[in-house]
Design a protein around this ligand. Sequence first.
Ligand SMILES: [Zn+2]
Length: 394
Amino acid sequence: MFKNKHLKEIFEKALYRNFISLIPVWIVIFLYYRPDYFGSSWFNILLIDNQIIFQYFLINYVNIYLQTYVYCHKGENRWQLQAYQTVFELSIILLICIFAHLDLRIFIKIAYGVNLLRSVFLTIMSSFVLILTSDLKPKIILHIPHSSKDIPHYKGFLLGDKKDEKIITDKIEDESKYLCDTLSDKLFSRDYETIVKADFSRVFCDVERFADDEKEEMAKKGMGVLYETFDDGEKMREISEELRNEILEEYYYPHHEKLTEAVEHQLKKHGKAIIIDCHTFPDKPFKRDTNQNTPRPDICIGTDDFHTSQSLIEFTVDYFKKHGYTVELNTPYSGTIVPEEFYRKNKNVMSIMIEVNKKLILYGNFENEVLFFKKLKKEISDYILMLKKRIKKY
Ligand SMILES: [Zn+2]
């Protein structure tokens, strides 16, 4: 239906938010009216018995609270707005009824009618408004390379004979869990931003590495774009030239194309693009990590001399320090992703890496974990929002 991918994404979001969440309401109405529903006029729909009115209210408000919960969960607080809107709307109708000397039943009917029409109106309007305004404001590009644990296929992996195969595939899966940036997708994802996420494990193909092993320092340790060893140094996979080309063509390049496209789109619309390279890291270093120093900071900010401006670094470091975290620059991990096409060529393509220490969101007791996770997610979401507002300053 839409050629433009961004429009498609927005339309789907609006559709999901509005139409799908209204399905229970429509089902109740349909069940009560069945054939005559379609034959009746809008006016008749308003003059229905009180039973359905209460049910409608109930469902509609459950629906509103569910939607509000989803918004809050994604770091936007709409409880107040929603409550004010409802109280305001009902007060106006009540006042009209009092002044017009109408009884309570009429009040309920009018309130129901207004609510129904509002739902229809909002469903249609918000879809269009979202579509029309989607590109008016810049979007931050959230690059999430290491959140997946999925191994699409085991070609080239040294699986031994049949009886060893299960043990070895289990070991590969464990490695994939061990090396994955746990929860980085949930922590950084934010509505209305552009998310470029790898849907396969870094153990299968690490999109954060250079495709060319000559340029990639980690390739010497058997962990270039296609890992050949486990973290403990044991041999894991044999990469033939053919397999290498196959994985790069099917997984690595398409991922980078998506990132390049997202950057191009922001440059075209807003003249600037900001990428946040989103990661989480273990408190205890991996064996192959170059930097083995401990203790590690809560937040590690990775920068690039050309693509991360001083003001962006200062703003980011100050922001997380102000929220009580220990922050270090390029320690223990350094650098940040920039698509090759713009690398060291275009200063309007900005990039900063944020690595969150997993100890902040894991390893605690369950209750604390959830609380810390929510708190940090909200802080990161606010950070992204502030970045968007100040985008011209960087
Ligand atoms: Zn990572």
